[in-house]
Ligand binder design. Structure first.
Ligand code: KG4
Ligand code: ZN
Length: 334
């Protein structure tokens, strides 16, 4: 038998997800049960609620992924699961389900790093070529990663405070938009003029780290001052100006990393990769620098298990297996 078929589970945050992936690049099924509605009224993900939803959803989600892929447990070569980082109670649901299936069906158990998964979402679109730089932007992450080969991840920059998606959600909240605010700010930004010069945190000259808390405060202060002086600032102007400041920093640092590391392949991942302003700015910059750019379609940018199954394939070939002591690790490093 030459095909490798992996069942993957992802439960690090608020999506209960299972997928069946063949040879690391072919999606047989990709099922996601979102809990977004349950967290909406709290304005963000509530960890305890997330854990309970995962418990309720995990079995049906796995069954659905197996059914859609038209495979049985006997067809599987391995069981993969997100080990971390993420919410501990949420991770544990996936890890325990994976351990049970691996034990019951005598399958090797493959722990996968959530960010490695996000990067490998790109491998489902087009085979990764090396070396590459990856920009991971989501509600929990803002990272620049250098990869010299499969399975090798060098973290070259990360956020020192808020993740970019988190900044989007907080700014959205201050202008009265519902959670998750990222897509709403994006939509508003397309109709407004970026006429406010919000601050960009470039940090030290050679740093690839990010900081978005100052930008977020600047937006809040601008709104507060306007209110006190009783002047109106259109929300679309705030949205457009904020988005431009975010994209400016993300794109500039990413392009500098490509140049400095002498890399001409860029892959992007995470929920904020859905952002139209960011996509457009990256496309333009990549074209100008003659860099090959891949951005997965939206469904593979946000949390899913297909990306975990893809990242697991290389670990399967390297036999990087775990035993039944595997645990969820909330702060797992790359
Ligand atoms: O990857 P993801 O689904 O979950 C995490 O692992 O965090 O990312 C969710 C984040 C949220 O903060 C959401 O507001 C943001 O991605 N997001 C966007 C857009 N779509 C989703 N941010 C800006 N523009 C968008 N179009
Ligand atoms: Zn994620």
């Amino acid at each position: 038998k030459k095909e490798t078929t992996i069942l993957a589970i992802e439960t690090s945050c608020d999506e209960t997800a299972a997928a069946v992936i063949q040879n690391g690049d072919t999606i047989l099924s990709n099922v996601i049960a979102s809990q977004m509605e349950s967290h909406k009224r709290f304005g963000g993900v509530v960890p305890e609620i997330a854990s309970r939803h995962h418990v309720e959803q995990i079995t049906v989600t796995i069954e659905e992924a197996m059914a859609q892929a038209e495979v049985t447990f006997a067809d599987l070569d391995a069981m993969a699961v997100t080990e971390g980082p993420g919410l501990v109670g949420a991770l544990l649901v996936g890890v325990n389900a994976a351990k049970a299936i691996a034990f019951a069906h005598n399958l090797p158990l493959i722990p996968v790093h959530h960010i490695a998964g996000h990067v490998y979402a790109n491998h489902l679109i087009e085979p990764l070529t090396f070396p590459l730089i990856s920009l991971v932007v989501s509600g929990g992450h803002t990272e620049l990663i250098y990869m010299k080969e499969h399975g090798h991840f060098a973290l070259i920059g990360e956020t020192r405070d808020d993740a970019v998606g988190e900044a989007y959600d907080k700014v959205a909240r201050t202008i009265g938009l519902p959670y998750p605010g990222g897509p709403q700010i994006d939509k508003l930004a397309q109709t407004g003029e970026a006429s406010i010069d919000f601050p960009r945190a470039w940090l030290e000259d050679n740093s690839y780290d990010f900081s978005f808390s100052g930008l977020k405060s600047a937006v809040i202060n601008t709104l507060h001052n306007a209110k006190q002086k009783e002047v109106e600032i259109a929300p679309e102007v705030i949205a457009a100006s904020f988005q431009e400041a975010v994209c400016d920093v993300l794109v500039t640092k990413t392009m500098r990393a490509l140049k400095e590391y002498n890399v001409n392949k860029l892959v992007v991942a995470g929920g904020v990769a859905a952002n139209s302003g960011l996509r457009q700015a990256l496309k333009q910059a990549a074209a100008d620098a003659e860099v090959s750019l891949t951005i997965p379609p939206l469904a593979l940018c946000t949390d899913n298990a297909a990306m975990i199954g893809s990242a697991a394939h290389i670990l399967f070939l390297q036999e990087k297996f775990a035993d039944d002591r595997l645990n969820g690790v909330p702060g797992l490093s790359l």
